[in-house]
Design a protein around this ligand. Structure first.
Ligand code: ADE
Length: 251
């Protein structure tokens, strides 16, 4: 049994999208192992009108439709009524291009939470009143506009859940090495064969000399970050020698 069990709830009009995307592969395995549970709830199931309407025209006019407060509130109450009665409320993330931009640091922070709720909006927006009542965090996955919050919720859940101990299986790989740890990009990786269409694996990686390999990888991370994401270098902790190396590769 897992040491810790994490529960995510996704409130959406398109639960099949979330289910198709997240119950497979690595996260599907984590669910089987009892580390993670992802529930989807269909907001449309909580409408009180016979046409199961969830949206209406915006007051004041304008293009598009607005998701109504009522079905969202009823979904929230149905899922978290007991918790609310105890005077607690869940951490609820509303996906919106107006939110704080998601990054690795936010993923790290959210991976410590055992209970998270994601609210996926659609149409032109969501009635502000219900947002005021239930949202604790508004998050964007980047400065572009998507048709709904489902893909952003899936992106966030994937990035957060892989940080939960046991989800990736291999404890060493989640803790170390990957891009953005220490604010540097990951070094280039190679596997067999030693030569592919005339291109050789860098000699040092075949040397078996661990200290030299580590040093080469660190240099490659610095060079790659300078070339591809120089903005990350400002925050990175670099030695004097590494700063000079980075400088050579800045455009
Ligand atoms: N909904 C629509 N676009 C979005 C974005 N970029 N991030 C989060 N939610 C969104």
């Amino acid at each position: 049994m897992a040491d810790r069990s994490v529960h995510y709830t996704v409130m959406t009009l398109f639960p099949e999208m979330i289910e198709a995307g997240l119950h497979t592969s690595i996260l599907g395995k984590a669910e089987e192992n009892g580390i993670l549970r992802i529930d989807t709830v269909n907001i449309r199931d909580y409408t009180e009108n016979k046409h199961k309407r969830v949206d209406d025209y915006p007051y004041g006019g304008g293009a598009g439709m607005v998701m109504q407060a009522e079905p969202i509130w009823h979904t929230y109450e149905a899922c978290f009524g007991e918790m609310l009665a105890r005077g607690e409320r869940p951490r609820l993330i509303y996906l919106s291009p107006q939110g704080r931009v998601f990054d690795q640091k936010m993923a790290d922070e959210l991976s410590k939470e055992d209970e998270l709720v994601f609210l996926c909006g659609h149409y032109e927006g969501v009635d502000e009143r219900v947002l005021e009542m239930i949202v604790t965090d508004t998050v964007s996955i980047g400065d572009y506009v998507l048709t709904g919050g489902e893909l952003p919720a899936m992106v966030m859940i994937d990035a957060i859940a892989r940080l939960i101990p046991g989800v990736l299986g291999n404890e060493a790989s989640w803790a170390e090495d990957e891009s953005f740890r220490g604010d540097l990009l990951e070094y280039p990786q190679y596997s067999r064969p030693e030569e592919f269409m005339g291109r050789k694996v860098p000699e040092v990686l075949l040397s078996g000399h661990h200290a030299r390999i580590e040093e080469w990888r660190r240099e490659q991370s610095v060079i790659r970050t300078a070339k591809m994401r120089p903005d990350l270098l400002e925050k990175a902790e670099l030695s004097e020698k590494e700063r000079n190396l980075a400088k050579k590769y800045l455009q």
